[in-house]
Design a binder for this molecule. Structure first.
Ligand code: B12
Length: 214
């Protein structure tokens, strides 16, 4: 198992060539797509820590941008290997969005791909999604599930506003709500009255299936 160094090199390559090599090399050696994303995730964790650290700031905003763009390339490249599209189709419909104030969408995209591979129909509202848009989305698309993502500690509390808006619109009983993203915990999910929490995309899919009784 190679260390995090190779992942960092690939993620921080601003030309975006190394990420392709990184993924292809691993696919060729028989590694699974999700496993490769996990390895890259450890690189992102390292970049996040180096960005956050006050006394030893190794990474900067430009590094967040470059690594985010490269992670997106990796997700696109690995997409066909993440599972067969629509396997077991007709599981249900889920409305997904990253909440207002937050533009992180890589984790949500990974979740969306895995959900689609497991037979869910995904309506992705994108990023920076406000409560009214979630409400409108539920009215329009009539999903069984609503999924919210937040990576910032400053945006996670907005999920509670969405919960409130769903209640006020009389829609809360019609949908199950699942939340995730690194700013969210199981306890937080319980506090805001969500039905489930997913630590990662794999757990997210499993919880969605459970919520629908599958
Ligand atoms: C890439 C990145 C960016 C990119 C995002 C690009 C994009 N298109 O998404 C850019 C450059 C835009 C960015 C901007 C900022 N970022 Co940023 N970013 C990151 C970084 C390095 C990686 C995030 C990522 O994509 N991870 C990979 C994915 C696969 O993981 P994930 O999102 O956690 O998702 C998994 C699970 O959480 C789960 N999941 C996610 N959503 C959901 C939803 C449901 C329903 C379920 C079930 C599961 C689930 O499944 C996913 C797959 O397994 C993180 C550090 C880190 N390691 O997380 C910082 C980080 C999140 N960013 C941070 C910050 C501070 C910022 C900025 C404020 C910086 C600035 N000063 O401008 C801005 C905020 C912009 C905004 N308003 O949103 C901080 C947040 C700190 C905090 N406590 O709030 C972090 C933690 C870095 C750090 N350590 O300081 N960022």
């Amino acid at each position: 198992m190679s260390g995090v160094r190779e992942a960092l090199e690939a993620l921080l390559d601003f030309k975006g060539n190394k990420i392709r090599e990184f993924c292809l090399k691993r696919l060729e050696s028989g590694r699974g797509a999700y496993d490769i994303l996990e390895e890259l995730n450890r690189g992102l964790e390292e970049i996040g820590r180096g960005y956050e650290s006050k006394e030893f700031k190794r990474y900067f905003e430009s590094d967040l941008i470059v690594s985010g763009a490269n992670m997106k390339r990796a997700v696109e490249l690995l997409r066909p290997h993440l599972g067969k599209e629509g396997e077991g189709k007709g599981r249900g419909r889920i409305l997904l969005g990253t909440v207002k104030g937050d533009v992180h969408d890589i984790g949500k995209t990974v979740l969306s791909i895995l959900l689609q591979s497991s037979g869910f129909e995904v309506v992705d509202l994108g990023v920076n999604v406000d409560a009214e848009t979630f409400v409108k989305g539920v009215r329009e698309h009539r999903p069984q599930l609503v999924g919210m993502s937040a990576l910032l500690t400053s945006t996670a509390p907005y999920m509670e506003e969405v919960m409130r808006a769903l209640k006020e619109a009389g829609l809360r009983e019609r949908v199950k709500v699942i939340v995730g993203g690194r700013a969210v915990t199981e306890e937080f999910a319980r506090q805001i009255g969500a039905d489930a929490y997913g630590r990662d995309a794999v757990e997210g899919v499993r919880k969605c299936l459970e919520l629908l009784g599958g």
